[in-house]
Design a protein around this ligand. Structure first.
Ligand code: ZN
Length: 361
């Protein structure tokens, strides 16, 4: 069960809940600056948890919006940076143990890095406790950016050089890296294009950027729309897809070297079938699905959780993507010592992991 927020920190929450009211409307412009129309493609459910903590009262869900030009999806309305930072800080106090699993994005990313013999340095943005860099092996200069102090300490103990805490530190790095990776991070930033530009400035000309995140173009996401588990997590605020990757790569003069789709937790057939059936039940008969889930919890002697109102995590779905982007050898964008006006906010990959763990507990 999620931990409650400490009483001393609860005074922030009522303000968050009262500032928005009425029917949510789609944001009229794309965060990436496109001039195309914005479509409202679904209603996001209220969130009952944030970064591993149970909320006293739910955060209103709002709308899932889509830019008709670049294909970016985003949550609207969004909390501002100070509000998100406050919630992340509270979440950071949660006690949470990570159980390592073989992640396909780690395997693919490390395969890409190993086959490029000219790669000597790797920066992991949102490295948490350095587990990906540890998995990669010690044959590289390995550096990380991590906001969570304890996680950064664990990473340092593994030999990872912590070069920053916040994403805004990307623009203050002195020596560019051969490859910059950001796994399960881009969905936490309000402007993915500005975030990608920061990653590019942290890499050398001819270097690589590797990103993994959810994919709005996956079949399961398109079936579920705004109800999909991935976009119902409150700290996930922007979502990309292969169309956005191609559009943005062209705009930023980057070459796509790899683009794969994958499932974070591939399941055997019976389990995959149950997850699909449960989600589709919620899609078409949400009240009945909630009632049955509540009764089942009762039968098992468990308390009914507010999160039962939203569909369960579709773990087996092939709903993630990994992309590797090559920077031109003659690129002149880096290094930059100027802080980006679009510097993304506080989160790190482990919050995403914590949320996923909550939803599957
Ligand atoms: Zn756009």
């Amino acid at each position: 069960m999620p931990m409650p927020f400490p009483a001393s920190e609860r005074n922030l929450l009522p303000r968050l809940h009262t500032k928005r009211s009425g029917k949510p409307k789609a944001r009229t412009t794309c965060p990436g600056g496109c001039s195309a129309k914005v479509a409202r493609i679904g209603t996001l459910p209220d969130a009952f948890e944030f970064a591993g903590r149970a909320l006293d009262s739910p955060l209103p869900g709002g709308s899932l919006c889509r830019c008709n030009a670049c294909g970016l999806h985003w949550r609207y309305p969004q909390l501002d940076k100070s509000e998100l930072d406050a919630l992340y800080r509270q979440g950071a106090a949660a006690s949470w143990q990570y159980h390592p699993v073989k992640r396909q994005d780690w395997q693919t990313a490390s395969g890409i890095i190993r086959k490029n013999v000219d790669i000597a340095s790797v920066l992991d943005v949102g490295c948490f406790d350095g587990r990906f860099l540890d998995y990669l092996g010690s044959g590289y200069r390995r550096a990380g950016i991590e906001v969570h102090p304890l996680a950064a300490e664990h990473a340092a103990a593994k030999g990872i050089e912590i070069v920053g805490r916040d994403f805004s530190d990307l623009d203050t790095l002195q020596a560019p890296f051969d490859v910059v990776v950001a796994m399960d991070v881009i969905e936490h930033v309000s402007n993915p294009e500005a975030f990608l530009a920061s990653l590019v400035r942290a890499a050398r000309p001819g270097g690589l950027i590797i990103i993994s995140t959810g994919n709005t173009a996956s079949l399961s996401w398109r079936l579920m729309g705004g109800m999909y588990w991935y976009c119902s997590i409150a700290e996930h605020i922007a979502f990309i897809n292969p169309h956005w990757c191609k559009h943005t790569a062209e705009k930023m003069d980057l070459t796509i070297e790899d683009l794969i789709t994958f499932s974070h937790e591939p399941a055997r057939t019976p389990e995959a079938f149950v997850q699909a059936a449960a989600n589709l039940f919620y899609r078409y008969l949400p009240n009945l699905a909630f009632t049955l889930r509540r009764l089942y919890a009762q039968y098992k002697g468990k308390a009914c959780r507010p999160a039962y109102r939203t569909p369960p995590h579709w773990r087996s779905a092939r709903d993630h993507l990994l992309i590797a982007l090559r920077i031109p050898p003659n690129d002149s964008r880096q290094p930059s010592n100027q802080t980006s006006a679009e510097a993304p906010t506080y989160p790190a990959g482990w919050f995403c992991e914590a949320a996923i763990r909550l939803m599957t507990s």
